[in-house]
Design a protein around this ligand. Structure first.
Ligand code: URA
Length: 239
C-alpha cells in the first residue's frame, strides 16, 4: 500500500512530518537510491527502500512492546496527573497511537503489551480467542480443593457476574501462599474479585505471561523492550 512519504517516515516515531519536509528540502531523503524532491510523493514502504541521511529506514507498520509494569503506574495512554504505562516507553520505541492492550490495576505489576495495532490487541484480548493471561497471586490463605473446582466451574463474583472457566494451582504453600491463575477474560479487578468471592484476598498480583509468551524477567520493573516476530507468534498462542 502506498502512503505519503512524510507521513510514512513520521509514523516510525522519530521525526515529525515537518522535520521530514525540511530534510527532503535539503536532499537528505532517498527512495530506492534516488534523492527525493518532494515530501508528498506516494511510496510503498514494503517495496521501496527509504533512506534518511544514507541510513535505511527499518519500516514497521506496527510496533509491539513488552513492559514490566511497576506499581503506581496506570494502564492508559496519557493522563493529566498520573504516570501511564505509555510514559515508560523510551524515545527509541515511542510512536503516536501507542496504547496498552488491556489493563492492569495500578497496584498490579508485570507484563503489559503496548502497541499501536488495534486489531492485534482485540484478538489477544477477546475471550472468544482463548488466549490465557497468567498471573501469580500472593494470597491471604492457601487454596482449597473447593477453590480449584470453583475456578474450573466458573466463579460467580459478588455482583452476580459469571466468570468463564479458569485455571488455578498452588505454587507455594508458605506463610505467603502464591497461586498461579490463568484467565482468558479481563473483567475489572477480575482476579482480585474471583478470590474475594471465595472469601480469600489477593495481597500482591503480577502478570507473568500472555498467551505463550513469558514476561522477560531480565526487564527491571519500569523497563520495556520490543517483542520479536517469533515472540509475537507465542503471544497469540491459545493455551
Ligand atoms: N485482575 C485483577 O484483579 N487486577 C489486575 O490488574 C488484573 C487482573
Amino acid at each position: 500500500m502506498t502512503e505519503r512519504l512524510d507521513k510514512l517516515i513520521a509514523s516510525q516515531g522519530k521525526l515529525s512530518r515537518s522535520d521530514v519536509k525540511k530534510m527532503v528540502k535539503s536532499s537528505r531523503v532517498t527512495v530506492d537510491g534516488a534523492v527525493v524532491k518532494s515530501a508528498d510523493i506516494k511510496v510503498d514502504a514494503d517495496k521501496s527502500v527509504i533512506s534518511v541521511d544514507g541510513k535505511a529506514l527499518n519500516y514497521k507498520k506496527n510496533i509491539y512492546i513488552m513492559l514490566n509494569k511497576p506499581q503506581g503506574v496506570i494502564s492508559a495512554s496519557n493522563d493529566k496527573t498520573q504516570k501511564t504505562v505509555v510514559d515508560l516507553v523510551p524515545p527509541e520505541l515511542y510512536r503516536d497511537g501507542l496504547f496498552p492492550a488491556g489493563r492492569l490495576d495500578g497496584d498490579t505489576v508485570g507484563f503489559v503489551l503496548i502497541t499501536d495495532d488495534g486489531d492485534f490487541a482485540h484478538r489477544i484480548l477477546s475471550p472468544k480467542n482463548h488466549i490465557m493471561k497468567t498471573y501469580h497471586a500472593t494470597l491471604r490463605s492457601p487454596l482449597t480443593e473447593e477453590d480449584i473446582s470453583a475456578f474450573k466451574n466458573g466463579i460467580e463474583l459478588s455482583d452476580g457476574t459469571l466468570c468463564l472457566e479458569a485455571e488455578v494451582r498452588m505454587l507455594e504453600k508458605t506463610d505467603e501462599p502464591i497461586a498461579e491463575v490463568k484467565i482468558c477474560e479481563g473483567k475489572y479487578h477480575q482476579v482480585k474479585r474471583m478470590f474475594a468471592a471465595l472469601g480469600n484476598k489477593v495481597l500482591y498480583l503480577k502478570r507473568v505471561r500472555m498467551g505463550g509468551l513469558d514476561l522477560d524477567e531480565s526487564l527491571e520493573e519500569g523497563q520495556c523492550r520490543e517483542i520479536t516476530a517469533e515472540e509475537l507468534l507465542l503471544l497469540s498462542e491459545k493455551n
